[in-house]
Design a protein around this ligand. Sequence first.
Ligand SMILES: Nc1ncnc2c1ncn2[C@@H]1O[C@H](COP(=O)(O)OP(=O)(O)OP(=O)(O)O)[C@@H](O)[C@H]1O
Length: 607
Amino acid sequence: MAEVVLLTEDPPLRGTLRRLAPFLRPHAVPAAVAVVLTLSASLAWVLVAPVFGAITGAVLESDRDRVLVAGLLLLGLAVARTLLSWAGELLLAVVGERVVRGIRERVVDRLAAAPLRFVEAHRGGELLTRSTTEIELLSTFVRSQLPAAVSVLGYLVFAVVVLFAYSWLLALLLLALFVPLSLLVMRSFERAAGSAFTAEATARAAVASAFAETVAAREAIQAAGAEQAWARRFADHTGALLDAIRRTIRALNRLPLAVLVEAITTAALIAAGGMLIAAGRIDIPTVAVFVLTTRTLFDSFNEATGLVGEFQESRVAVARLTDLLAATQPAATRPAATRPAAPAPDRGPAQRPSGPGRLVLDDVGFGYTAGTPVLDGVSVTVEPGERVALVGRTGAGKSTLAKIVAGLYPPDRGRVTVDGSPLDVLAPDVLRHRVALVGQQVHVAAGSVHDNVTLVLGTPGRPEVERAVDALGLRRWIGELGGLDADLGTRGDRLSAGERQVLGLIRAALVAPAVLVLDEATADLDPTTAGLLEGALERIRDATTLVVIAHRPDTVARMDRVVTLDAGRVVTDTGSPTEGAGSALLDHDRSRRPADHPAHGAGGPGR
Ligand SMILES: Nc1ncnc2c1ncn2[C@@H]1O[C@H](COP(=O)(O)OP(=O)(O)OP(=O)(O)O)[C@@H](O)[C@H]1O
């Protein structure tokens, strides 16, 4: 079975900034300007204290001119600080949002292109929270906390410089007490917070998964009267989240110890300052500068401790996001060490983006789990323009084969080629022009018919859509729906499974693939929808090679050839639906219990 790279539940927090670097690099210049502006604002604010000291000195000496000049300077600093910090923080927030946007788009691209195996291996909520909540956290951080962090850093550095300039003795005393004590507080927080924030993020993802599952299962829950059982299941997850949040709060509660550090340092400074004044080693203006600057220093430190918790949360978010990006990195660009150790495929002939649509499956083997093959040595050749029905009872492996032909799963063994090109050498957009799949469940997004059919490769405009609808003979049906602009509801509630497949055929017609695979939704199509689907299939371009996983005799009868699959093997391959065992294995009986399913241990031919 082909290996798949999985998400790490507890991704390492070390080097998170380094992992963000590729997203920051394109914005380096505006980010640097923003940082310089923000730091200049901090400097302007820190310089207020020396100017205030100068005013104190001038007042003591009754020098009115100096008082006036220093007063104007104070005003200038206040205005400069306001303007600089406004511009710097705004620019920093804008740059940060651009970075977040880049990450958000990359995550969505990667998830959309992620191998099915990867998506199936994770709970939906895990992927959802990593691509929504974690990005929101990061966005809040860059919008508000990052600008604050830069200016706080500026205050801290500039305040220390000013303190040294006025009294190196007091400054040394301040640093000797303040730095080790505050480091102790931070260390204690880091120790408690290390895994607490990650545990909380994981628990949040589990709650989101349980919620998504509950909403998806709403019909089954109500039909089975299982509301309480599901509520208990959900309560287990929320209980675990509450425990995780308690741990985070306990960690955050260590940060207010910083106030104690401030009190100890202030007391020591007052005592030492008094002694220095008494000894005549410093004057009153110096004390004024010191008092004001240490205030700025402590305020900045308090703000910094407030940011530390949020910073830790953002670090976890970045670690989980970059882990998602690493796991969904296309195989070709992944570092060799993290690539699955599969043998390099035989690349065969060079990419051929066009060709008549000759589909060859050569000894294809596949299993969802190791040791349980679902397909076993399937070899079929479909000539260009040929129309083949693939039949077989439930669980025979037909839908799986369809997904392999569409390149959604790589086969574990053998290979699939279109016009000689193995699917795995084709670029994704080229592959989609070669083979398209209309699956059993066609997804309909909230929006109009037009919105939905244009969710395809490329950007088809209205005229192309109109042409495709006409070509498939669906003009009347679209009219009955209310036209191309008709709203299909939030989940396409207005359409049956068969009608959704008709939409899927319009999408396919817009892409015009060389090979089209249709996995018929159900054997129980109502006659009107069956007529629509069959009519549209008849009109699909003559040149299109067609493989239909058929559940209905009428569909089979329209095909040139019938291939029958049973327990993952081709058992018959006929020129006509009446020959061989194909029609006998048509999968009508959709209501069979899983226990009767060959893949679940029982067996016996279907009807
Ligand atoms: N995503 C999956 N993960 C694990 N097992 C799967 C998955 N999809 C299908 N299977 C299993 O693979 C086997 C073949 O399923 P598949 O859907 O391909 O059969 P099928 O012939 O198309 O059946 P049906 O006609 O009911 O759609 C079954 O045992 C099924 O339970």
